[in-house]
Ligand binder design. Structure first.
Ligand code: PAF
Length: 284
């Protein structure tokens, strides 16, 4: 596996891969890699002959009181993981490669409305930071395909909209969430949970699954669906930000005819904010 940290180095290797006619898949990450990321690399391999991963903890997507400085950085472990996942090239850019004029001066990209909804309502500026860095990385790497986890469902949709709106020549692929045996969605931030919180954490997924089952049984979504699930979560010790039933395709509020749905939620356990979602379909 080749590791490069500069835009020039990346361009040289990209030119070589392109001249040998390889289809290229890209998996952007913030490092601290786990089974969910390995799944993304495997999916990338299914779509291309060369797989490029990046590790960059993007300052632009963290709020002032968020965990940018304490976000786990484990480059040695990550390199071993990527090597055994068969990744061909690791791009580890410095801030000046991603944001040549500095983070504060960077031209940004923002998908309107959806960026301020759901998680965006609780993390102002977060999705602008995500869209901006992903756009920047896609322009540097110029892959044919880019792969993202559907655990960050809203992020995945925002990236799909951003690449379509800007006409970026890349196919965006979403990969199903990888879960622990007890159902907890795997995430780097799970490491922040205390042992007692870790025991409670799978209740988030369980609550979303029971809400899904109730909706499927009744064949319709009631106005109280999300609020009821939030009460259940509070009863288990969570501080939910939201639980909301949306259309899969654009995360709009569903109407009576919408069948392909997703329940999205964010909830705090102590100092850790967990997110999760469950996709499902209603019968015709
Ligand atoms: O999902 C992530 O790890 C990050 O938000 C991403 C897509 C790498 C952008 O920094």
């Amino acid at each position: 596996m080749i590791t490069v940290d500069s835009g020039v180095g990346l361009k040289e290797h990209m030119a070589r891969m392109r001249s040998s006619g390889k289809r290229i898949a890209f998996v952007p990450t913030m490092g601290n890699l786990h089974a969910g990321h390995i799944r993304l690399m495997q999916e990338a391999r299914r779509h291309a002959q060369a797989v490029i991963a990046s590790i960059y903890v993007n300052p632009l997507q963290f709020g002032q009181n968020e965990d940018f400085s304490s976000y786990p950085r484990t480059p040695a472990h990550d390199k071993v993981t990527l090597l055994s996942a068969g990744v061909n090239l690791l791009f580890m850019p410095t801030d000046s490669v991603v944001y040549p004029r500095g983070v504060a001066a960077q031209t940004f990209v923002e998908v309107p409305d959806l960026s301020d909804d759901l998680c965006g309502a609780f993390r102002p500026g977060h999705f602008r930071g995500v869209a901006t860095v992903v756009n920047r990385l896609l322009n540097l790497v110029t892959p044919d395909v880019a792969v993202f986890g559907k655990k960050d469902y809203q992020q995945w949709q925002i990236i799909r909209l951003m690449t379509a709106d800007l006409g970026l020549p890349v196919e965006i692929i979403g990969v199903d969430t990888v879960r622990e045996p007890d159902g907890l969605a795997i995430s780097s931030r799970n490491n922040y949970l205390t042992p007692a919180e870790r025991k409670l954490a799978p209740q988030l997924y369980e609550t979303l699954c029971s809400l899904r089952d109730r909706i499927v049984k009744n064949g319709e979504i009631t106005d109280e669906a999300g609020a009821d699930a939030m009460i259940e979560l509070k009863g288990c010790g969570f501080r939910p930000d939201y639980v909301s039933v949306r259309r899969q395709d654009d995360l709009g509020k569903p109407n009576l005819n919408d069948r392909r749905l997703v329940i999205l939620a964010a909830a705090w356990l102590g100092g850790t904010r967990l997110i999760d979602n469950v996709e499902f379909e209603l019968m015709k």
